[in-house]
Structure formats: C-alpha cells, structure tokens
Design a protein around this ligand. Sequence first.
Ligand code: HEM
Ligand SMILES: [Ca+2]
Length: 370
Amino acid sequence: ETKKGSWFSSSYSSPFSKAPLSSRLMFTTSKMGMKIQEFHISGSLRYDYYNESCPQAEQIIKSTVREIYKLKPSIAPQLLRLVFHDCFIEGCDASVLLDPHDGIDSEKESPPNESLKGFDHIDIIKSELEETCPGVVSCADILVLAARESVLLAGGPFYPLYTGRRDSTLSYSEEATYDLPSPQDDVVKITEKFESRGFDERETVSLLGAHSTGMIHCKFILNRLYNFGGTNRPDPSIDPEFLNLLRSQCKSNHVSSTPSASPAPTPSPSSSIGGLSSALIQEPGLKMDYEGSGSGFGTLYYRSLLRGRGILYADQQLTAGGDTETWVQAYASDASLFQRDFAMAMMKLSNHRVLTAPLGQVRSDCRKID
Ligand code: HEM
Ligand SMILES: [Ca+2]
C-alpha cells in the first residue's frame, strides 16, 4: 500500500440528494464538521504540519501568491487548474511539476497538459520557502495551499487544509494522456472519469464551477463553432447569439493553429478581447467570466450553462440531463450551496491519494526529483 485512500466518504450526497435544497444545505454543513473531525483522527496529514519545522510556511505561500496576483491576476486560474491536473493523476504529489529528464517523458508534455501554466509561479514560491526553511515544505503542499489562495482571489470560498503531503519521484505521462478529462468528453465520459477518482455527480458539477475563471483558447472549441462532429455546422446546443459572440472571438482560420504544430500562431487582431494581457493574446482565447468580472464565481457559470452558453462542449454536457443537470440547476439558483459544495470538493481533491512520510520526498526544486 503506497498511497492513502481518499478520506472523504463517497456516500455523502446520496442519502439526501432527493431532499429539498434547504435540508440538503443543513446536511452539508453538519456533514462537513463531522468529516473534518473524522479525518483529524484517521489521516496522516495534519493540521498545521509545519507548525514547528517552518511556522511561516503558509503565510509565505499566501503572501507570495498575493504579490504575484497584483501584477499577474492570471496566476489564480493557472494554479487552480494546476492542482486539478496534479491531484487527478496519482494524487496530490506534485507529479505534474516534474520536468522531463534523461529522455523520460513528463506529465507536463502530455497533450492535456500542454496548455498548463503557472509552473514559474510555483518556482518563485518554492524559492521563498527554501530561503526560510530549506528542504522542509513539499511541492505538493505548496500546490494545494497556493491553489486555495487562488480560489479566494477568484471569488471562491476558503476551505481548511491539512498538510504533510510528500512529493513523488515519478511522473505519469501516459496516465495523464488518457485519464484527464478532455474538452470533447460527453457527460457519460466525464462522470466516469470523475467517478474513477471517487467523485460523484454532485462533486463533479461543483468542481467544474472552477470554469468561472480564467481563459480558454479557441483551439478547444473551434470544432464546436464551425464543424461539430464533422457536420460542417456548429454544435446545435449553443445558444445562437452566444455562437455569434464566440465566432467573433475565434475565427475559423485558427483551426490550423494546433498547439504543437506551429511554433507561434500569429494573433489575429479580431481575436483579442478587451482586458486580456498581451501575453494571453498570443493565442486567441476567451475569458471564462466573459459576462462579469469575477463577482459571480460559480453561479454565473451555471446560469450560463442553463442558457446554452457553456464554452467547452464538456461544460455544456453537464446540462445534457440526469443528475448533473439537477446540480447545475441547484448551483445556478443557490450561490451559498455552491460555495459550500465547492469548498468540500476542493478539500477532497486536495486530499486525493496523498503521499505521506516515509513515502516520497521533499524536493528542493519542484521540477526535479532530489
Ligand atoms: C470535464 C472536466 C474538465 C475539462 C474537460 C477541462 C478542460 C479545460 C480546458 C480545455 C481549459 C482551457 C485551457 C486553455 O485554453 O489553455 C481549461 C481551463 C481551466 N480549467 Fe478545466 N477542465 C475540466 C475540469 C476542471 C476542474 C475540475 C478544475 C478545477 C477544479 C478546472 C480548472 C480550470 C481553470 C481554472 C482553467 C483556466 C486556466 C487558465 O486560465 O490558465 N478544470 N479546462
Ligand atoms: Ca499527481
């Protein structure tokens, strides 16, 4: 047994999923308290693990993320996506941060990870920590703590986190290639992939609320806009007015600029969106919070889905019927329910199959094994 199981009971939503929203809310609250206590006794992660070895650790992570955010607000969505891609593949062990070495592939280079960003920000945080307490704070803990700060900055909820994760000595590029969800996945595939990691529909739908923030590049939706399933027509599930908006930002001639093929796709002036930094304009893309400015983390995303205004095919698939659609409706109308569920799901994600001592290691450079 090299990895720990997820602490979060997968049965937490089932007993009351048919109950009215208000009573579900109460359940959620009391369940949350209970699970935290339970975990405290059984887990080998601890609250404030660095309390003696590096008491400033969490504060350093928090303030460094905030410093960078002032100059580059894109750090927040980047780190949030990064923690998902790490934890989904062999758990939260910083495996996603490793660079390729000695001809061995790294997760970073697998197709679903090609557009991941934020590695340089993790390096900065790590070097701050290495200055204060060398060799103590794991990259895996940095990632979950920095992502929590990012969620707050993006308008999401705070959630408590235990620490004491250790870093992997392996990178899992093949698993990343096949197991990470694809923007073309339908609802069956999406729920299967999340279920394989112990997340039910409710948790899955709440996690996708992360798509309230950040950026999506046109290449992920061009087929939807111009040639859906080889029909030469757009995806009929897109609201027509929204289709026009998306098409105006993502021209069909971008079809050829696949990420790996061309070195640097030339930006088309018409694809830039007001407010995007020049770095982001290099490849045409869309801001996910196109309707508002961060104020509606969660709720706006679900409301957009209900109006046929999901950006990715995978996003829109959440309203294809069944349990996922029920949760989209619930979150669209109840912002605090979403905030609570998102907090719970992020805690669960952050604790997914963690590596604890004596397994793994604490890397001194997050990109390399020690
Ligand atoms: C079905 C599941 C999912 C699919 C198919 C998916 C796919 C994608 C794609 C294609 C992008 C655009 C990347 C780019 O243009 O560079 C993206 C962005 C993003 N995703 Fe997901 N994602 C999924 C679930 C999640 C989850 C569970 C989280 C976090 C909890 C997450 C967080 C983000 C964030 C924050 C961004 C914006 C990144 C940035 O601005 O740099 N995603 N996702
Ligand atoms: Ca991992």
